[in-house]
Write a protein that binds this ligand. Structure first.
Ligand SMILES: NC(=O)c1ccc[n+]([C@@H]2O[C@H](COP(=O)([O-])OP(=O)(O)OC[C@H]3O[C@@H](n4cnc5c(N)ncnc54)[C@H](OP(=O)(O)O)[C@@H]3O)[C@@H](O)[C@H]2O)c1
Length: 163
C-alpha cells in the first residue's frame, strides 16, 4: 500500500514560503501515528522545511542535486528510485509531500490520508485536484478546534477506485 499523507485547507492549500499554514498538534500526532515504523518519501524542499530526519522512519528524500548530502537520510534522484527503496524495506510506504511530489505520485498512490483543515489561507503550494471518479472517501472523523488546535478539521481517508 502506497499512501499519500497531507494536510490541506479548503482550497487545497498546503504551504507558504516552505512552511505549513497552521499549527495543529492533533494533526502532527495523527501524522506520527500513521507513518511511524514505515518509510517516508519526501521532496528536498519538504525535508529542508522539516529540518531533520523524522525519527523511527526511513527518510527518503528526492532531489536532482548531486552535491547534496545529509546525515540520517537516503537521498535519491527520482521518485521511481524512492519507491523502489521504500518497498524493499516495507509493504506500507508513505509519501509526505510537498506539492511537487504529490503532483507526481497521485497516479501510483492507493490511498490518501487527508487532514482537511477548515480554513482558507494565503498559500504558494497546493495539493492536486482530487478526481471524484478516481478517489472514493471511505472514512471521515471530525475534530473541533480547541485551545491548542486553531482550526476545525477532519481526518479523511480516500481509497482509489479499482475498475
Ligand atoms: N500540508 C502538508 O501536508 C504538507 C506536506 C509537505 C509539505 N508541505 C509544504 O509544501 C511546501 C514544499 O513543497 P514544494 O512543492 O515546494 O517542494 P517539494 O515537493 O517538497 O520538493 C521539491 C523538490 O523535490 C525534488 N524533486 C521533485 N520532483 C523530482 C523528481 N521527479 N526527481 C528528482 N527530484 C525531484 C527537487 O529537489 P532539488 O531542487 O533538490 O532537485 C524539487 O525542488 C512547503 O511549504 C511545505 O511546508 C505541506
Amino acid at each position: 500500500m502506497t499512501t499519500i499523507v497531507v494536510a490541506m485547507g479548503e482550497k487545497n492549500e498546503i504551504g507558504f514560503e516552505n512552511q505549513l499554514l497552521w499549527h495543529l498538534p492533533k494533526d502532527l500526532k495523527h501524522f506520527k501515528d500513521l507513518t511511524s515504523g514505515h518509510p517516508v518519501i519526501m521532496g528536498r524542499k519538504t525535508y529542508e522545511s522539516i529540518g531533520k530526519p523524522l525519527p523511527n522512519r526511513t527518510n527518503i528524500v528526492v532531489s536532482r542535486k548531486n552535491d547534496w548530502f545529509e546525515e540520517g537520510v537516503l537521498i535519491v534522484g527520482s521518485i521511481k528510485e524512492a519507491v523502489k527503496f521504500a518497498k524493499k524495506i516495507d509493504e506500507e510506504i508513505f509519501i509526505i509531500g510537498g506539492g511537487k511530489i504529490y503532483e507526481q505520485t497521485m497516479d501510483i498512490a492507493d490511498r490518501l490520508e487527508i487532514t482537511r483543515v477548515k480554513a482558507d489561507l494565503h498559500a504558494d503550494t497546493y495539493f492536486p485536484k482530487i478526481d471524484e471518479k478516481t478517489w472514493k472517501k471511505t472514512n471521515e472523523v471530525f475534530h473541533e478546534k480547541d485551545e491548542k488546535n486553531q482550526y476545525d478539521f477532519c481526518f479523511q481517508t480516500y481509497d482509489k477506485v479499482i475498475d
